[in-house]
Design a protein around this ligand. Structure first.
Ligand SMILES: C[S@@+](CC[C@H](N)C(=O)[O-])C[C@H]1O[C@@H](n2cnc3c(N)ncnc32)[C@H](O)[C@@H]1O
Length: 267
């Protein structure tokens, strides 16, 4: 068995195994795709998605007939998005513009009716400074009355369980998928650095043949978590008005942990 470790710096974490397995493994959160599509349809103007990855949530917006720009830092994820867009009918592909860029420093010189950061992308901003830089850029690209929509995962319950569990945590098996005819089993384990408010997700992707493991590739994602009122302060600090926070994409009440789904408006 060959084990392929992967320990890329946080700003390159998507540039290896994760880009390769992204579309098969990272299938998104329940209700997320239709949530952002509905927001886009109601936005009455172009949409910008920051950290658009392979286009998973951006393509349905274009399929609904709304113009959408995607900004992405990882060259490999951007290549994946471009390849996914190439397979779309011309009329849909025409609605999509994909750009290389960093959400902390991009400048497109235009304003949008809606800016989205689906699938916890805001959590890739690992410091307060990065969060402020991105929010400043977001506000500069929102038209008056425009909306910012994003979700972050609040791991309070996870951390509480870890602190009270007597056993060291074991990686959890997280399903199987196919990659170029190979059967891949995913495992993951979350670790925490509470001083930095970082959640570090370790992934193991085992290529399997029945009970035999032929090969294992590893990857890691470093995410900053934020509690409810921290998010509220951050958004308000940039002059945004909080429209709603929910515990899911179907209007669920926020319970105090888990998914936080935020919508804020530029006055
Ligand atoms: C969790 S994925 C989400 C991708 C896509 N939005 C989706 O819902 O499937 C986060 C994406 O954000 C990108 N990203 C992380 N930090 C970024 C930054 N500073 N600027 C632009 N993109 C960034 C990553 O490369 C990755 O593709």
């Amino acid at each position: 068995m060959v084990t392929v470790p992967e320990d890329l710096p946080p700003d390159q974490e998507y540039d290896g195994v994760l880009a390769r397995y992204y579309d098969a493994y990272f299938t998104g959160l329940e209700g997320e795709e239709s949530y952002y599509r509905t927001l886009a349809l109601n936005a009455e103007g172009p949409v910008l998605e920051l950290g658009c990855g392979s286009g998973r949530t951006l393509i349905p917006i274009a399929q609904a007939g709304v113009s959408v720009v995607g900004v992405e830092r990882s060259q490999q994820m951007l290549a994946l998005a471009r390849s996914n867009v190439r397979h779309l009918p011309d009329g849909v592909a025409r609605e999509i513009e994909l750009l290389a860029g960093d959400m902390r420093s991009f400048d497109l010189g235009r304003e949008f009716a809606l800016i989205t950061l689906p699938y916890r992308t805001f959590q890739h901003l690992l410091t307060i400074e990065d969060q402020h830089l991105a929010l400043e850029r977001i506000c500069a690209h929102l038209r008056p009355g425009g909306l910012l929509a994003l979700n972050v995962f609040d791991p309070l319950m996870d951390i509480a369980q870890l602190l009270t569990s007597p056993d060291p945590a074991e990686p959890a098996i997280d399903g199987e998928f196919q990659d170029e005819g190979r059967q891949i089993r995913a495992r993951y384990l979350r670790g925490y650095d509470p001083a930095q408010q970082w959640m570090v997700q370790h992934f193991w992707f085992d290529e399997i043949d029945g009970d035999r493991v032929l090969d294992t590739r590893q990857a890691r994602l470093t995410l900053r978590y934020a509690f409810r009122f921290e998010m509220e302060h951050l958004l308000q600090n940039h002059g945004l008005l909080i429209k709603s926070v929910h515990g899911g994409f179907d209007g669920e009440q926020y319970a105090g942990w888990g998914e936080q789904v935020w919508v804020a408006r530029k006055p």
